[in-house]
Design a protein around this ligand. Sequence first.
Ligand SMILES: NC(=O)c1ccc[n+]([C@@H]2O[C@H](COP(=O)([O-])OP(=O)(O)OC[C@H]3O[C@@H](n4cnc5c(N)ncnc54)[C@H](OP(=O)(O)O)[C@@H]3O)[C@@H](O)[C@H]2O)c1
Length: 432
Amino acid sequence: MAEETVAVGLMGLGTVGGGVVRLLAANQEKIRQKLGVAVEISKILVRDPSKPRQVEVARGLLAVDPADILEDDRIAVVVELMGGLHPAREYISRALARGKSVVTANKDVLAVYGPELYALAGEHRVDLLFEASVGGGIPVIHPIREGLAGNRLYEVMGVVNGTTNFILTRMSAGGQDFHAALAEAQALGYAEADPRADVGGDDAARKIAILASIAFDTIVTYDDVYVEGITGVTPADIAYGNELGYTLKLLAIARQVEGEVEARVHPAFLPQGHPLAAVNDVFNAIFVRGDAVGQTMFYGPGAGQMPTASAVVGDIVEAVANIRHGSCSRISYPGADRRPIRPMGDVRCKYYLRLTVQDQPGVLARIAGVFGDHGVSLASVIQKKTVDGLAELVLVTHEVKEEDFRRALSVIAGLPVVRRIENAIRVEEEWQ
Ligand SMILES: NC(=O)c1ccc[n+]([C@@H]2O[C@H](COP(=O)([O-])OP(=O)(O)OC[C@H]3O[C@@H](n4cnc5c(N)ncnc54)[C@H](OP(=O)(O)O)[C@@H]3O)[C@@H](O)[C@H]2O)c1
């Protein structure tokens, strides 16, 4: 290897790893000019070296023993693209403890073990960079950590899962039900054969844990996030919401409220004019509010080989630049000040409610009475179709405390005039 070369060890040569190899090769000269040194991949860890690969790499580069990367002192930057919790956590820890900078796209490991990994990076004064872990190719981690560092950020809200956004877009535009839209997403390669992490909201929960931690400089882990997926959403609710001026999204929301942090993922109606309401198909966007910048939004491809590789290579370039200038870990990692997580019962928002009731006088008054007893007032009421003596009611509440709404709902569900609670969906209006 030539003198003016920084050696990088890649862990994983799958979708993203293959993209990183391609991008580093295609833009080698441009990167060398920017950095004043060449970046060269000197080892690639895989499970099975005999497996056919999408990218051509010299067989001698492949390794199955992690020590070939972790214990090679010539390797200054380790790029973890294996995914999952283990052994990613152990390999990243070993690399950081040995003074290597680490780049990772792994939201799972950061959402669970972020606190210990941030602490290790800080302790050993090396970089832990993770731009690709949220929003794929969208630059959002750096803008939040650096470009917006002069702000007090109080809200980060995102459409951060492309699979569910595609499904909801199809359900909104084509009136498809959830299962048909999921099958289409799977046929197009946008959803995994086992789609649970996406449709159940866990993938988005991991991403909002990472975003909340860096935006609010505190520790938020996956376990702190309230999670509800989109499997209960129906085309009827989406259509009624549209009539009321709303668009349905799976939102990942983090806010600082009265010294506490709210972190939640659930389907939510947004006013049609909200910037996130226009984010369709597999695209992602992250909407951020700060005291100085006001509102800002980062939009783009939330996954995919080359967009994700773009974010990873950007991090590699930064890690190498920092090593060259002896200035790693310039901005502190979250963790110094750990703020309490607001219990979901204390969260406040509006609610959309659809229920089937007996079509007889006084029903609405009974329901409104129960809500009133729990401090919940109604903003609008629409009676939809009436069939066989049963009516469909759609209500929207004013802002309520979650636990008050839930208590009222359990009483309403027991009223003899109420046949079924069809669905209850949160409404995120403009928040101050
Ligand atoms: N795909 C995307 O669009 C995307 C977007 C954003 C973030 N990410 C994140 O990027 C990371 C990589 O995703 P991917 O889609 O590229 O995954 P992938 O296609 O499944 O590739 C994983 C690679 O890691 C290797 N690997 C896995 N476990 C290993 C182990 N224990 N020891 C050695 N090698 C191991 C595999 O080796 P073999 O090839 O030998 O099996 C494979 O090359 C994940 O954290 C993912 O969440 C992906």
